[in-house]
Design a binder for this molecule. Structure first.
Ligand code: ADP
Ligand code: MG
Length: 504
Protein backbone atom coordinates (compact mmCIF):
# COMPACT_ATOMS: atom_id res chain seq x y z
CA UNK A 1 0.00 0.00 0.00
CA UNK A 2 1.35 3.39 -0.97
CA UNK A 3 1.04 5.60 2.06
CA UNK A 4 2.03 9.18 2.69
CA UNK A 5 2.57 9.72 6.39
CA UNK A 6 1.06 12.76 8.01
CA UNK A 7 0.66 14.58 11.31
CA UNK A 8 -2.58 16.15 12.51
CA UNK A 9 -2.80 19.94 12.24
CA UNK A 10 -2.97 22.05 15.38
CA UNK A 11 -6.57 22.85 16.30
CA UNK A 12 -7.70 26.42 15.85
CA UNK A 13 -7.53 28.38 19.09
CA UNK A 14 -9.60 31.51 19.62
CA UNK A 15 -8.62 33.88 22.37
CA UNK A 16 -11.68 35.13 24.18
CA UNK A 17 -11.67 38.10 26.52
CA UNK A 18 -10.47 35.85 29.34
CA UNK A 19 -9.61 32.37 28.07
CA UNK A 20 -8.38 30.31 25.16
CA UNK A 21 -11.03 28.23 23.38
CA UNK A 22 -10.91 25.42 20.86
CA UNK A 23 -13.47 24.59 18.18
CA UNK A 24 -15.23 21.28 17.65
CA UNK A 25 -17.13 20.78 14.40
CA UNK A 26 -19.19 17.97 12.89
CA UNK A 27 -20.81 18.15 9.46
CA UNK A 28 -23.90 16.66 7.91
CA UNK A 29 -23.33 16.90 4.16
CA UNK A 30 -26.22 16.40 1.75
CA UNK A 31 -24.88 15.18 -1.55
CA UNK A 32 -27.18 14.77 -4.53
CA UNK A 33 -26.79 11.32 -6.04
CA UNK A 34 -25.60 11.57 -9.66
CA UNK A 35 -28.61 9.71 -11.00
CA UNK A 36 -30.72 10.71 -14.00
CA UNK A 37 -33.88 9.55 -12.22
CA UNK A 38 -35.25 10.19 -8.73
CA UNK A 39 -34.95 7.86 -5.72
CA UNK A 40 -38.45 6.39 -5.92
CA UNK A 41 -39.72 7.44 -9.35
CA UNK A 42 -38.56 7.58 -12.95
CA UNK A 43 -38.89 11.37 -13.15
CA UNK A 44 -35.84 13.24 -14.43
CA UNK A 45 -33.42 15.04 -12.11
CA UNK A 46 -32.24 17.47 -14.79
CA UNK A 47 -31.37 20.86 -13.32
CA UNK A 48 -32.96 23.98 -14.78
CA UNK A 49 -36.05 22.35 -16.31
CA UNK A 50 -39.39 24.22 -16.47
CA UNK A 51 -40.99 24.30 -13.00
CA UNK A 52 -42.96 21.11 -12.26
CA UNK A 53 -41.88 19.47 -15.52
CA UNK A 54 -40.13 16.59 -13.77
CA UNK A 55 -42.77 15.28 -11.40
CA UNK A 56 -44.13 11.73 -11.28
CA UNK A 57 -47.39 10.99 -9.48
CA UNK A 58 -45.52 9.50 -6.54
CA UNK A 59 -43.38 12.66 -6.22
CA UNK A 60 -46.55 14.74 -6.08
CA UNK A 61 -47.91 12.57 -3.27
CA UNK A 62 -50.92 11.39 -5.23
CA UNK A 63 -53.07 9.00 -3.18
CA UNK A 64 -52.32 5.35 -3.72
CA UNK A 65 -49.03 5.89 -5.53
CA UNK A 66 -46.27 3.57 -4.39
CA UNK A 67 -42.53 4.30 -4.29
CA UNK A 68 -40.22 1.94 -6.18
CA UNK A 69 -36.56 2.04 -5.20
CA UNK A 70 -34.09 3.10 -7.91
CA UNK A 71 -31.36 0.45 -7.87
CA UNK A 72 -28.89 2.84 -9.53
CA UNK A 73 -29.15 5.24 -6.58
CA UNK A 74 -28.50 2.41 -4.12
CA UNK A 75 -25.44 1.36 -6.11
CA UNK A 76 -24.07 4.92 -6.05
CA UNK A 77 -24.59 5.20 -2.29
CA UNK A 78 -22.75 1.88 -1.82
CA UNK A 79 -19.97 3.10 -4.10
CA UNK A 80 -19.67 6.29 -2.07
CA UNK A 81 -19.48 4.25 1.12
CA UNK A 82 -16.74 2.06 -0.34
CA UNK A 83 -14.87 5.19 -1.45
CA UNK A 84 -14.97 6.43 2.14
CA UNK A 85 -13.66 3.06 3.36
CA UNK A 86 -16.94 2.53 5.16
CA UNK A 87 -18.88 -0.51 6.27
CA UNK A 88 -21.79 -1.36 3.95
CA UNK A 89 -24.95 -2.58 5.64
CA UNK A 90 -26.49 -5.43 3.69
CA UNK A 91 -29.81 -4.68 5.37
CA UNK A 92 -31.05 -1.14 5.71
CA UNK A 93 -34.53 0.33 5.94
CA UNK A 94 -36.50 3.44 5.06
CA UNK A 95 -38.36 5.51 7.60
CA UNK A 96 -40.91 8.26 7.25
CA UNK A 97 -39.95 11.59 8.75
CA UNK A 98 -43.29 13.33 9.10
CA UNK A 99 -43.70 17.04 8.70
CA UNK A 100 -45.84 19.41 6.71
CA UNK A 101 -44.35 21.69 4.13
CA UNK A 102 -45.96 22.90 0.90
CA UNK A 103 -43.05 21.58 -1.16
CA UNK A 104 -43.29 18.15 0.48
CA UNK A 105 -46.64 16.92 -0.83
CA UNK A 106 -46.41 13.43 0.73
CA UNK A 107 -46.44 15.00 4.17
CA UNK A 108 -43.27 13.11 5.05
CA UNK A 109 -39.73 12.64 3.81
CA UNK A 110 -38.51 9.09 3.21
CA UNK A 111 -35.14 8.75 4.95
CA UNK A 112 -33.09 6.16 6.84
CA UNK A 113 -32.95 7.04 10.52
CA UNK A 114 -32.58 3.69 12.24
CA UNK A 115 -30.81 1.53 9.67
CA UNK A 116 -28.64 3.52 7.24
CA UNK A 117 -27.15 1.83 4.20
CA UNK A 118 -23.57 2.87 5.07
CA UNK A 119 -21.86 2.70 8.46
CA UNK A 120 -18.52 3.94 9.76
CA UNK A 121 -15.82 5.21 7.43
CA UNK A 122 -13.18 7.91 7.20
CA UNK A 123 -11.86 10.81 5.15
CA UNK A 124 -8.28 12.03 5.21
CA UNK A 125 -8.36 15.80 4.93
CA UNK A 126 -5.06 17.22 3.68
CA UNK A 127 -4.19 20.63 5.08
CA UNK A 128 -0.57 21.00 3.91
CA UNK A 129 2.12 18.57 2.75
CA UNK A 130 2.51 16.05 5.58
CA UNK A 131 -0.34 17.61 7.60
CA UNK A 132 -3.77 15.98 7.48
CA UNK A 133 -6.80 15.38 9.68
CA UNK A 134 -8.50 12.01 9.80
CA UNK A 135 -12.23 12.67 10.03
CA UNK A 136 -14.41 9.72 10.97
CA UNK A 137 -17.65 9.19 9.11
CA UNK A 138 -20.50 8.04 11.33
CA UNK A 139 -22.97 6.97 8.65
CA UNK A 140 -24.41 7.71 5.23
CA UNK A 141 -28.11 7.36 4.62
CA UNK A 142 -30.25 7.72 1.53
CA UNK A 143 -33.15 10.15 1.58
CA UNK A 144 -35.43 12.24 -0.62
CA UNK A 145 -34.89 15.89 -1.31
CA UNK A 146 -37.81 18.29 -0.85
CA UNK A 147 -39.12 20.69 -3.48
CA UNK A 148 -38.74 24.43 -3.62
CA UNK A 149 -41.11 27.12 -2.38
CA UNK A 150 -40.71 30.45 -4.13
CA UNK A 151 -41.83 33.51 -2.21
CA UNK A 152 -40.18 36.34 -4.09
CA UNK A 153 -41.77 36.13 -7.52
CA UNK A 154 -45.09 37.74 -6.68
CA UNK A 155 -46.13 40.13 -3.90
CA UNK A 156 -49.24 38.14 -3.01
CA UNK A 157 -48.57 34.56 -4.14
CA UNK A 158 -46.12 31.83 -3.28
CA UNK A 159 -45.20 29.20 -5.83
CA UNK A 160 -44.15 25.60 -5.45
CA UNK A 161 -41.74 23.79 -7.78
CA UNK A 162 -41.67 20.02 -7.26
CA UNK A 163 -38.86 19.24 -9.73
CA UNK A 164 -36.45 18.52 -6.88
CA UNK A 165 -38.99 16.62 -4.79
CA UNK A 166 -37.86 13.03 -4.46
CA UNK A 167 -34.36 13.51 -5.89
CA UNK A 168 -31.95 11.12 -4.11
CA UNK A 169 -29.62 12.59 -1.52
CA UNK A 170 -26.86 10.94 0.47
CA UNK A 171 -26.56 12.42 3.93
CA UNK A 172 -22.97 11.96 5.03
CA UNK A 173 -22.63 12.47 8.79
CA UNK A 174 -19.17 13.07 10.24
CA UNK A 175 -18.02 12.61 13.81
CA UNK A 176 -17.13 15.86 15.57
CA UNK A 177 -13.49 15.49 14.46
CA UNK A 178 -13.03 18.77 12.61
CA UNK A 179 -11.11 21.39 14.55
CA UNK A 180 -11.30 24.64 12.63
CA UNK A 181 -13.01 26.59 9.83
CA UNK A 182 -10.33 25.79 7.22
CA UNK A 183 -10.52 22.11 8.07
CA UNK A 184 -14.30 22.17 7.63
CA UNK A 185 -13.96 23.73 4.18
CA UNK A 186 -11.17 21.29 3.25
CA UNK A 187 -13.32 18.38 4.47
CA UNK A 188 -16.21 19.39 2.23
CA UNK A 189 -13.87 19.79 -0.73
CA UNK A 190 -12.26 16.41 -0.05
CA UNK A 191 -15.65 14.70 0.07
CA UNK A 192 -16.54 16.48 -3.16
CA UNK A 193 -13.28 15.36 -4.78
CA UNK A 194 -13.76 11.73 -3.76
CA UNK A 195 -17.37 11.68 -5.00
CA UNK A 196 -16.37 13.31 -8.30
CA UNK A 197 -13.68 10.63 -8.74
CA UNK A 198 -16.31 7.99 -8.00
CA UNK A 199 -18.90 9.67 -10.23
CA UNK A 200 -21.49 9.45 -7.45
CA UNK A 201 -22.16 13.19 -6.99
CA UNK A 202 -21.35 16.05 -9.34
CA UNK A 203 -20.59 18.31 -6.40
CA UNK A 204 -21.88 21.42 -8.08
CA UNK A 205 -22.33 23.60 -5.00
CA UNK A 206 -23.91 26.51 -6.86
CA UNK A 207 -26.77 24.29 -8.00
CA UNK A 208 -27.26 22.90 -4.52
CA UNK A 209 -25.70 19.52 -5.39
CA UNK A 210 -23.73 19.64 -2.16
CA UNK A 211 -25.03 21.36 0.98
CA UNK A 212 -23.87 21.12 4.57
CA UNK A 213 -25.38 21.51 8.02
CA UNK A 214 -22.53 22.61 10.24
CA UNK A 215 -22.49 21.72 13.95
CA UNK A 216 -20.22 23.94 16.05
CA UNK A 217 -19.28 23.92 19.72
CA UNK A 218 -16.39 25.34 21.71
CA UNK A 219 -14.39 23.81 24.56
CA UNK A 220 -11.35 24.52 26.71
CA UNK A 221 -7.93 23.16 25.64
CA UNK A 222 -7.58 19.52 26.75
CA UNK A 223 -11.31 18.81 26.77
CA UNK A 224 -11.34 17.45 23.25
CA UNK A 225 -8.61 14.93 24.16
CA UNK A 226 -10.68 13.92 27.20
CA UNK A 227 -13.65 13.33 24.91
CA UNK A 228 -11.52 11.26 22.55
CA UNK A 229 -10.13 9.07 25.32
CA UNK A 230 -13.49 8.42 26.97
CA UNK A 231 -15.92 8.87 24.07
CA UNK A 232 -17.97 10.94 26.52
CA UNK A 233 -19.63 13.92 24.84
CA UNK A 234 -20.02 15.58 28.25
CA UNK A 235 -16.45 16.86 27.84
CA UNK A 236 -17.57 18.86 24.80
CA UNK A 237 -19.56 22.07 24.75
CA UNK A 238 -23.19 22.37 23.66
CA UNK A 239 -23.42 22.61 19.89
CA UNK A 240 -25.45 24.71 17.53
CA UNK A 241 -26.29 23.59 14.03
CA UNK A 242 -26.03 26.05 11.15
CA UNK A 243 -28.33 24.87 8.38
CA UNK A 244 -28.01 24.56 4.65
CA UNK A 245 -24.64 26.03 3.70
CA UNK A 246 -23.66 25.72 0.06
CA UNK A 247 -20.37 27.58 -0.11
CA UNK A 248 -17.07 26.72 1.55
CA UNK A 249 -16.38 30.41 2.03
CA UNK A 250 -19.62 30.88 3.95
CA UNK A 251 -19.01 27.68 5.94
CA UNK A 252 -15.74 29.14 7.20
CA UNK A 253 -17.24 32.53 7.97
CA UNK A 254 -20.24 30.99 9.73
CA UNK A 255 -18.07 28.76 11.95
CA UNK A 256 -15.88 31.68 12.93
CA UNK A 257 -18.75 33.99 13.94
CA UNK A 258 -20.72 31.21 15.60
CA UNK A 259 -17.71 30.15 17.70
CA UNK A 260 -17.12 33.75 18.76
CA UNK A 261 -20.80 34.15 19.66
CA UNK A 262 -20.66 31.04 21.88
CA UNK A 263 -17.40 32.14 23.51
CA UNK A 264 -18.89 35.55 24.36
CA UNK A 265 -21.92 33.85 25.97
CA UNK A 266 -19.76 31.45 27.99
CA UNK A 267 -17.32 34.11 29.19
CA UNK A 268 -20.32 36.15 30.28
CA UNK A 269 -21.38 33.29 32.53
CA UNK A 270 -24.21 32.20 30.25
CA UNK A 271 -24.97 28.86 28.65
CA UNK A 272 -25.16 27.96 24.98
CA UNK A 273 -28.61 26.71 23.98
CA UNK A 274 -28.66 23.81 21.53
CA UNK A 275 -30.53 25.09 18.50
CA UNK A 276 -30.66 25.38 14.77
CA UNK A 277 -29.35 28.64 13.34
CA UNK A 278 -29.05 30.30 9.96
CA UNK A 279 -26.04 32.21 8.68
CA UNK A 280 -26.59 35.67 7.24
CA UNK A 281 -23.56 36.44 5.06
CA UNK A 282 -24.54 40.11 4.61
CA UNK A 283 -24.59 40.82 8.34
CA UNK A 284 -21.95 38.17 9.07
CA UNK A 285 -23.95 36.68 11.94
CA UNK A 286 -25.93 33.54 12.75
CA UNK A 287 -29.56 33.83 13.85
CA UNK A 288 -31.75 31.40 15.71
CA UNK A 289 -34.11 29.45 13.46
CA UNK A 290 -35.61 27.12 16.01
CA UNK A 291 -34.57 25.97 19.46
CA UNK A 292 -34.57 22.40 20.67
CA UNK A 293 -37.82 22.94 22.54
CA UNK A 294 -39.51 24.03 19.35
CA UNK A 295 -37.91 21.21 17.39
CA UNK A 296 -40.35 19.11 15.43
CA UNK A 297 -41.33 15.73 16.62
CA UNK A 298 -41.04 13.92 13.34
CA UNK A 299 -42.73 10.73 14.48
CA UNK A 300 -40.32 8.60 12.56
CA UNK A 301 -41.58 5.14 11.72
CA UNK A 302 -40.64 2.45 9.17
CA UNK A 303 -42.19 3.27 5.80
CA UNK A 304 -44.90 0.62 5.29
CA UNK A 305 -44.72 1.09 1.50
CA UNK A 306 -41.11 -0.10 1.33
CA UNK A 307 -39.64 -3.43 2.30
CA UNK A 308 -36.31 -3.42 4.14
CA UNK A 309 -33.54 -2.92 1.61
CA UNK A 310 -31.59 -6.16 1.30
CA UNK A 311 -28.46 -6.22 -0.86
CA UNK A 312 -26.04 -9.04 -1.48
CA UNK A 313 -22.37 -9.13 -0.59
CA UNK A 314 -21.55 -10.32 -4.13
CA UNK A 315 -23.23 -7.20 -5.53
CA UNK A 316 -21.24 -5.00 -3.15
CA UNK A 317 -18.05 -6.85 -4.17
CA UNK A 318 -18.87 -6.17 -7.81
CA UNK A 319 -19.19 -2.47 -7.10
CA UNK A 320 -15.92 -2.61 -5.15
CA UNK A 321 -14.07 -3.96 -8.17
CA UNK A 322 -15.40 -1.05 -10.24
CA UNK A 323 -13.91 1.60 -7.93
CA UNK A 324 -11.40 3.88 -9.63
CA UNK A 325 -8.07 4.78 -8.09
CA UNK A 326 -9.02 7.35 -5.43
CA UNK A 327 -7.36 10.72 -4.75
CA UNK A 328 -5.19 9.61 -1.79
CA UNK A 329 -3.81 6.59 -3.66
CA UNK A 330 -3.28 8.56 -6.84
CA UNK A 331 -1.48 11.29 -4.99
CA UNK A 332 0.82 8.84 -3.19
CA UNK A 333 1.56 7.08 -6.47
CA UNK A 334 2.39 10.34 -8.26
CA UNK A 335 4.87 11.24 -5.52
CA UNK A 336 6.53 7.82 -5.72
CA UNK A 337 6.38 7.15 -9.45
CA UNK A 338 7.21 10.57 -10.80
CA UNK A 339 9.32 11.95 -7.95
CA UNK A 340 7.17 15.05 -7.70
CA UNK A 341 6.44 17.00 -4.53
CA UNK A 342 3.32 16.33 -2.53
CA UNK A 343 2.21 19.83 -3.39
CA UNK A 344 2.45 19.16 -7.13
CA UNK A 345 0.72 15.81 -6.69
CA UNK A 346 -2.12 17.61 -4.90
CA UNK A 347 -2.55 20.04 -7.76
CA UNK A 348 -2.47 17.32 -10.41
CA UNK A 349 -4.91 15.01 -8.62
CA UNK A 350 -7.44 17.69 -7.64
CA UNK A 351 -9.63 16.65 -10.56
CA UNK A 352 -9.43 13.20 -12.10
CA UNK A 353 -9.36 14.71 -15.62
CA UNK A 354 -6.25 16.74 -14.74
CA UNK A 355 -4.51 13.65 -13.42
CA UNK A 356 -5.34 11.66 -16.57
CA UNK A 357 -4.10 14.48 -18.79
CA UNK A 358 -0.84 14.70 -16.87
CA UNK A 359 -0.23 10.96 -17.02
CA UNK A 360 -0.65 10.98 -20.79
CA UNK A 361 1.84 13.86 -21.10
CA UNK A 362 4.29 11.95 -18.92
CA UNK A 363 3.84 8.79 -20.94
CA UNK A 364 4.41 10.50 -24.29
CA UNK A 365 7.38 12.55 -23.06
CA UNK A 366 9.00 9.88 -20.88
CA UNK A 367 9.78 12.55 -18.27
CA UNK A 368 7.33 12.75 -15.36
CA UNK A 369 8.92 15.57 -13.45
CA UNK A 370 9.26 17.88 -16.45
CA UNK A 371 5.74 16.97 -17.53
CA UNK A 372 4.40 17.93 -14.09
CA UNK A 373 6.12 21.32 -14.37
CA UNK A 374 4.79 21.98 -17.83
CA UNK A 375 1.25 20.94 -17.00
CA UNK A 376 1.10 22.90 -13.74
CA UNK A 377 3.00 26.03 -14.66
CA UNK A 378 2.47 26.55 -18.37
CA UNK A 379 -0.73 24.73 -19.22
CA UNK A 380 -2.80 25.40 -16.07
CA UNK A 381 -1.55 29.01 -16.08
CA UNK A 382 -2.67 29.52 -19.65
CA UNK A 383 -6.00 27.73 -19.18
CA UNK A 384 -6.73 29.84 -16.13
CA UNK A 385 -5.99 33.03 -18.09
CA UNK A 386 -8.39 31.87 -20.80
CA UNK A 387 -11.00 30.67 -18.27
CA UNK A 388 -10.95 27.16 -19.70
CA UNK A 389 -11.09 23.67 -18.18
CA UNK A 390 -8.72 20.87 -19.06
CA UNK A 391 -11.62 19.36 -21.01
CA UNK A 392 -11.48 22.19 -23.52
CA UNK A 393 -7.75 22.71 -23.61
CA UNK A 394 -6.67 23.61 -27.16
CA UNK A 395 -3.45 21.72 -26.49
CA UNK A 396 -3.87 17.94 -26.29
CA UNK A 397 -1.90 15.83 -23.85
CA UNK A 398 -0.18 14.14 -26.81
CA UNK A 399 0.95 17.51 -28.19
CA UNK A 400 2.28 18.72 -24.84
CA UNK A 401 3.95 15.33 -24.33
CA UNK A 402 5.79 15.72 -27.63
CA UNK A 403 6.93 19.24 -26.72
CA UNK A 404 8.40 17.93 -23.46
CA UNK A 405 9.96 15.02 -25.38
CA UNK A 406 11.69 17.50 -27.72
CA UNK A 407 13.26 19.25 -24.72
CA UNK A 408 14.28 15.95 -23.23
CA UNK A 409 15.96 14.85 -26.45
CA UNK A 410 17.89 18.12 -26.54
CA UNK A 411 16.16 19.12 -29.79
CA UNK A 412 14.90 22.40 -28.38
CA UNK A 413 15.89 24.51 -25.39
CA UNK A 414 13.51 25.25 -22.54
CA UNK A 415 13.21 28.80 -23.76
CA UNK A 416 12.31 27.82 -27.33
CA UNK A 417 9.91 25.28 -25.87
CA UNK A 418 7.88 28.14 -24.40
CA UNK A 419 7.56 29.68 -27.86
CA UNK A 420 6.62 26.30 -29.29
CA UNK A 421 4.05 25.80 -26.52
CA UNK A 422 2.44 29.11 -27.42
CA UNK A 423 2.37 28.33 -31.15
CA UNK A 424 0.80 24.90 -30.68
CA UNK A 425 -1.64 26.24 -28.07
CA UNK A 426 -2.82 29.02 -30.38
CA UNK A 427 -2.50 27.46 -33.82
CA UNK A 428 -2.47 23.73 -33.21
CA UNK A 429 -0.25 21.45 -35.29
CA UNK A 430 2.43 18.85 -34.86
CA UNK A 431 5.24 20.06 -32.56
CA UNK A 432 8.06 18.26 -34.44
CA UNK A 433 6.91 19.60 -37.80
CA UNK A 434 6.68 23.16 -36.44
CA UNK A 435 10.20 22.91 -35.01
CA UNK A 436 11.52 21.87 -38.41
CA UNK A 437 9.47 24.30 -40.49
CA UNK A 438 10.37 27.30 -38.36
CA UNK A 439 14.00 26.39 -37.76
CA UNK A 440 13.60 26.13 -34.00
CA UNK A 441 15.86 23.14 -33.52
CA UNK A 442 18.56 23.66 -30.94
CA UNK A 443 22.07 24.07 -32.28
CA UNK A 444 24.20 21.32 -30.79
CA UNK A 445 26.73 21.53 -33.59
CA UNK A 446 29.82 22.56 -31.59
CA UNK A 447 31.50 24.18 -34.58
CA UNK A 448 28.68 26.68 -34.99
CA UNK A 449 28.58 27.43 -31.27
CA UNK A 450 32.35 27.87 -31.13
CA UNK A 451 32.19 30.37 -33.97
CA UNK A 452 29.47 32.34 -32.18
CA UNK A 453 31.45 32.34 -28.91
CA UNK A 454 34.59 33.51 -30.72
CA UNK A 455 32.65 36.36 -32.34
CA UNK A 456 31.34 37.61 -29.02
CA UNK A 457 34.79 37.34 -27.38
CA UNK A 458 36.49 39.19 -30.23
CA UNK A 459 33.93 42.00 -30.10
CA UNK A 460 34.19 42.56 -26.32
CA UNK A 461 37.82 42.66 -25.16
CA UNK A 462 37.01 44.76 -22.06
CA UNK A 463 34.43 42.24 -20.87
CA UNK A 464 36.95 39.45 -21.42
CA UNK A 465 39.39 41.18 -19.04
CA UNK A 466 36.68 41.53 -16.40
CA UNK A 467 35.48 37.94 -16.73
CA UNK A 468 39.00 36.58 -16.35
CA UNK A 469 39.32 38.54 -13.09
CA UNK A 470 35.83 37.56 -11.96
CA UNK A 471 34.64 34.21 -13.44
CA UNK A 472 31.07 34.92 -12.33
CA UNK A 473 30.82 37.35 -15.24
CA UNK A 474 31.13 34.50 -17.76
CA UNK A 475 27.35 34.27 -17.68
CA UNK A 476 27.19 37.50 -19.64
CA UNK A 477 28.96 35.80 -22.58
CA UNK A 478 26.54 32.86 -22.42
CA UNK A 479 23.67 35.33 -22.62
CA UNK A 480 25.21 37.12 -25.62
CA UNK A 481 25.77 33.87 -27.51
CA UNK A 482 22.20 32.72 -26.79
CA UNK A 483 20.96 36.04 -28.12
CA UNK A 484 23.16 35.82 -31.22
CA UNK A 485 21.84 32.32 -31.99
CA UNK A 486 18.20 33.26 -31.43
CA UNK A 487 18.04 31.12 -28.29
CA UNK A 488 18.68 27.98 -30.29
CA UNK A 489 22.17 27.12 -29.04
CA UNK A 490 22.37 24.35 -26.49
CA UNK A 491 22.97 26.30 -23.25
CA UNK A 492 25.15 23.60 -21.67
CA UNK A 493 27.40 23.50 -24.74
CA UNK A 494 27.61 27.31 -24.84
CA UNK A 495 28.55 27.40 -21.18
CA UNK A 496 31.27 24.81 -21.62
CA UNK A 497 32.78 26.53 -24.65
CA UNK A 498 32.69 29.99 -23.04
CA UNK A 499 34.52 28.65 -19.97
CA UNK A 500 37.00 26.96 -22.20
CA UNK A 501 37.70 29.98 -24.45
CA UNK A 502 38.04 32.36 -21.50
CA UNK A 503 40.41 29.92 -19.85
CA UNK A 504 38.35 29.69 -16.67
P1 ADP B 1 -28.76 14.97 15.77
O1 ADP B 1 -29.44 13.64 15.68
O2 ADP B 1 -29.30 15.86 16.81
O3 ADP B 1 -28.59 15.64 14.45
P2 ADP B 1 -26.23 13.69 15.72
O4 ADP B 1 -25.68 12.80 16.77
O5 ADP B 1 -26.74 13.07 14.46
O6 ADP B 1 -27.31 14.63 16.34
O7 ADP B 1 -25.08 14.71 15.34
C1 ADP B 1 -25.20 15.58 14.31
C2 ADP B 1 -23.84 16.15 14.00
O8 ADP B 1 -23.39 16.93 15.09
C3 ADP B 1 -22.76 15.12 13.72
O9 ADP B 1 -22.07 15.52 12.56
C4 ADP B 1 -21.86 15.22 14.93
O10 ADP B 1 -20.51 15.01 14.59
C5 ADP B 1 -22.04 16.66 15.36
N1 ADP B 1 -21.78 16.89 16.77
C6 ADP B 1 -22.20 16.15 17.82
N2 ADP B 1 -21.78 16.69 18.97
C7 ADP B 1 -21.08 17.81 18.67
C8 ADP B 1 -20.40 18.80 19.44
N3 ADP B 1 -20.36 18.77 20.77
N4 ADP B 1 -19.79 19.80 18.77
C9 ADP B 1 -19.82 19.86 17.44
N5 ADP B 1 -20.43 18.96 16.68
C10 ADP B 1 -21.08 17.94 17.27
MG1 MG C 1 -28.61 14.68 12.45
Amino acid sequence: MLDLTYEPPAPKVIQGARDDWELVIGLEVHAQVASAAKLFSGASTLFGAEPNANVAFVDAGMPGMLPVINEGCVALAVKTGLGLKAAINLTSAFDRKNYFYPDLPQGYQISQLYHPIVGEGEVIVDMAPGIARRVRIERIHLEQDAGKSIHDMDPALSFVDLNRTGVALMEIVSRPDIRGPEEAAAYVLKLRQIMRYLGTCNGDMQNGNLRADVNVSVCRPGDYERYQESGDFAHLGTRCEIKNMNSTRFIQAAIEVEARRQIAILEDGGTVVQETRLFDPDKSETRSMRSKEEAHDYRYFPDPDLLPLEIEQAWVDDIATSLPELPDEKKARFVLDYGMTEYDADVLTAEVENAAYFEQVAQVSGDGKASANWVINELFGQLKKDDRDIGDSPLSAAQLGRIVALIRAGDISGKIAKDLFEIVYLEGGDPEAIVDERGMRQVTDTGAIEAAVDDVIAANPAQVEKARANPKLAGWFVGQVMKATGGKANPAAVNRIVQDRLGL
